[in-house]
Design a protein around this ligand. Sequence first.
Ligand SMILES: [Fe+2]
Length: 357
Amino acid sequence: MPKSNYLLHIERHKEIFDVIHAIYRIANSAFTAKDLLSGLLRTMQNSFNANHCSIVLSYPNRHPFIKFTLKNKRKYQLKKGGKSLLTKKEKEIFNSGRIYFTKKTIVVPLIFINTLGVVTIKRGASIHPFEENDKQFLNILAEEMALVVRNFQLYEEQHRTIIGTVKAITGFVNRYAPTSSIHAEYIHKILKELGKRFRLTESQLISLEYATLLHDTGKIEIPQDLLEKSDPLTKEEKEIIKKHPKKGAEILKNLQALRPAIPIILYHHEKYDGTGYPSGLRKKQIPLEARIMSVIDAFDAMVFGRPYKKSLNLEDAIKELEKNKGTQFDPEIVDAFVKTLHSKEVKKYLKNKLKKV
Ligand SMILES: [Fe+2]
């Protein structure tokens, strides 16, 4: 017996709610524009049984446009460039804000105050043609997608502003204490891997990224001759150096956006067995991110050297980390960290950089 119009109506609404829910789930877990847009494309493809889906977005502060395309459930393609990325029809819809609809193609604009981009879905001849319902459905979803895309762009802008401030502070600190900085390029990759292993949230990862750049900010209040001293430090001099985590936390605590990074900066010299500073915390009393930071900082100092420490080769640095498992470092973090060193990208970076040291 054919379904009544009422039942069809209910099913359609349920389907719309499910897809909207999926859009917000993707938006909440996306860390990059690539995660967000590829997730949205897959959702569109499944919901409309489409052969071809694409999203073009205007990205005024970076590339004029980016375009993500997914064809026949294969890997998506990403292109960056000017208006030539848009098809003639996409340009028309982007400029007019209207909807284009045929039995094989639907193009809708993504509008949030201004036009942000366009979404295109296509069906091949072997699949039944699009109907009016599909057009309405895609239009509803486009409103939600425009909202999550705009939120994401605002979040990216905010993140860029904070990173700009962080880099300005780091630049200043590095001029004063040049060898205290960690090589952020490979650490970024390592953090991503450790993030998966320890189920770190996006905000924990961002705080670690900030702390990587700012952990030694307090050194600007330490006499420069002590920072540059290559002879062994006296007991008194060591005590002065040990003040830098507290001083760093003190300097940065008023920058609201950096607040979550403060405990990492404050505790990055604590040791797993409780013999570190400034508070002598032990094991899980030390925040997880600070335990991670401690391994990263020590490893970077080992392989790239510091005025007070000769550099080690990669194998010896790994042995040193292993040797200090359970005393200086959290053993689980050392194990996970050493695993990440075997990733292709990290290996390649270290090989090139260490040649130059
Ligand atoms: Fe430090």
